[in-house]
Design a protein around this ligand. Structure first.
Ligand code: M6R
Length: 548
């Protein structure tokens, strides 16, 4: 009947030493690690948040867009706020509704009906100490069904140690878990709803570090296996793909971040075989093509999580206009699969490291498999590429082995840098863009990727002696133009780091530092091997800079 609330600012293991979460006594509990989005990084602003009485405790992922209005109204009614967060309105709102509602559930429902924005909520109250309330709108939330125990989490790996049985909640779902099971209603249905319980094939070991220092490094090393599984799964799931693509007037590939770079690769790979498509960043989709999309189009949505709000928004828009939707995702049952007419699930296993690595190569492998299938069906000569795709995992293992120490060595130089450029052309461009994203996201070094031919149109102005230039060099029709780009940068004193085919001594001689990949990848398979050294450099540079 009482709530023990512990929270603070800092890394989890430091807080654990100070606050001893693991010694807390009880049989229900909630917790949340959250980046500051509203207000400074302070103990008060950390989750969970409580109402005036201290009886309602809330953790929240998402953003409450109308919190300013709600807060003003609640303050007028006498509620005292302790934080600058958007989340704090939620416990106060429930507290307010409890004044006129008979049950906590009714007050909870009335409160969430007032919220605008996105939320995944877990709530406990000392008024009903046997329940954890939850609600989902736009932000992902899943329920794990254990042996007489239940878990509410924003992602499946959080409870893989205890169960593989999962309910993926839909938007508008809310309710509670207790010893007796899951009580589930939906705001829009206005009644009880039933959701399937799925069993995921992910294992507990997949959600552990398995001897690696960080999940990111583990996931970089998992890539051969993840691509192998993904190709096997792609083979089983693409039966009707050729006709779907054939029937399309326009094909758009829609995604965000790393998934967008994989999609851009898809566009280039499709173009190689004369299939026209266009990759679009999902947050720009509505403005760029939203008014043109119609029932004759096919939209391929690429999303590791299957839950990225901008991507879902773009796909819903296209679906409402009658377009057919194909989803490529890593998470079975995720929101994207409910929008899609056809879903292709990848076999990358859970992505825990946040920085996408194995899911990028899995997405590339899936899109490659798709286009090779289409090209073969249309009589294109794809050579031995299908076989090579199947064998790529072996070469990926070699690339990992050959380049890891080199990446550590380069990190010794990179960690003091403040900027870097990543250049590529054609099929090398998406890899360059992804390399830059990894460097800025993980090592916090400003990094910009762009098509190599653009240097002279502005970016070269920044290059001075020692400025790192990463060049992704394929031995295809872009090869000589990449050499010219490298020369340009060298003439300004740029420090050239190239990723080249093993026997490309010409580029290696021009470079200050080189990573090698096996021959035979200067085609649509390129990102599978070329991206690995760039992931490793970003990782080791971050470690060298002392970042977690
Ligand atoms: O789950 P999604 O693939 O839809 O996520 C999209 C991006 O947020 C994601 O790819 C992000 O850019 C990476 N985690 C960066 O490493």
């Amino acid at each position: 009947g009482s709530i023990d609330l512990r929270k603070d600012v800092g890394k989890i293991d430091e807080l654990e030493k100070r606050l001893k979460f693991s010694e807390m006594v009880g049989y229900i509990g909630i917790g949340h690690t959250r980046w500051a989005t509203h207000g400074a990084v302070t103990r008060w602003n950390a989750h969970p948040h409580i109402d005036c009485s201290g009886k309602i405790v809330v953790v929240h992922n998402g953003i409450i867009e109308n919190y300013v209005d709600l807060k003003r109204d609640l303050e007028r009614k006498g509620h005292k706020f302790r934080t600058q967060t958007d989340t704090e309105v939620i416990p106060h709102l429930i507290e307010e509704h409890l004044k006129e509602k008979e049950t906590f559930l009714e007050a909870f429902e009335a409160a969430i009906r007032e919220l605008k924005g996105a939320y995944a909520l877990a709530i406990i109250t000392s008024l009903e100490p046997e329940r954890i309330y939850f609600a989902r709108f736009f932000s992902p939330l899943v329920i794990g069904i254990g042996d007489k125990e239940y878990f509410v989490a924003s992602d499946i790996p959080a409870f893989l140690e205890w169960t593989q049985r999962v309910i993926i909640l839909h938007d508008g779902d809310y309710g509670y878990v207790s010893q007796d099971g899951v009580f589930l209603k939906n705001l829009f249905v206005g009644d009880f709803v039933e959701r399937d319980i799925m069993t995921v094939e992910w294992t507990k070991e997949m959600a552990e570090k398995g001897g690696f220092e960080h999940f990111m490094l583990k996931e970089i090393h998992e890539q051969p296996e993840s691509v192998r599984r993904t190709i096997i799964m792609a083979e089983k799931q693409m039966a009707d793909m050729v006709s779907m693509l054939d029937d399309a007037e326009d094909i758009y590939i829609v995604a965000a971040g790393t998934s967008y770079y994989a999609s851009l690769h898809g566009q280039y790979a499709f173009a190689k075989y004369g299939l026209k498509s266009r990759a679009i960043v999902s947050s720009e989709f509505l403005e760029e093509v939203g008014t043109f999309v119609d029932k004759d189009d096919v939209i391929i949505g690429v999303s590791q999580s299957g839950e990225t709000a901008d991507t879902l928004k773009a796909l819903r828009h296209a679906k409402n206009r009658g377009a057919k939707i194909i989803a490529i995702t890593n998470v079975i049952g995720s929101a994207i699969t409910r929008i899609a007419d056809k879903s292709i699930i990848m076999g990358a296993g859970p992505e825990i490291g946040v920085a996408a690595t194995k899911t990028f190569t899995a997405q590339v492998a899936t899109l490659n498999y798709m286009i090779l299938k289409w090209a073969k069906a249309h009589g294109y000569d794809v050579g031995n590429l299908v076989e090579k795709l199947r064998n790529a995992p072996e070469d990926m293992s070699l690339v990992l082995k050959d380049n890891e120490d080199k990446a550590k060595k380069l990190a010794e130089e990179m960690y003091v840098k403040t900027n870097a450029y990543y250049l590529g052309r054609g099929l090398g461009l998406p890899t360059a863009l992804e390399g830059a994203l990894k460097m800025k996201e993980i090592a916090y070094i400003h990094a910009e990727g762009y098509p190599a031919g653009e240097s002279k149109h502005g970016p070269i102005a920044l290059v001075e002696p020692g400025f790192p230039i990463f060049a992704v060099v394929l031995k295809d029709e872009t090869y000589h133009r990449m050499q010219i780009a490298i020369e340009e940068m060298k003439s300004r004193g740029g420090y050239i780091v190239s990723v080249t085919e093993m026997d490309d001594t010409h580029t290696q001689n021009m470079s200050d530092f080189s990573f090698f990949v096996p021959g035979g990848y200067s085609n649509i398979l390129a990102p599978l091997v070329y991206v690995i050294p760039l992931q490793l450099v970003a990782y080791y540079t971050a470690v060298k800079r002392g970042y977690d």
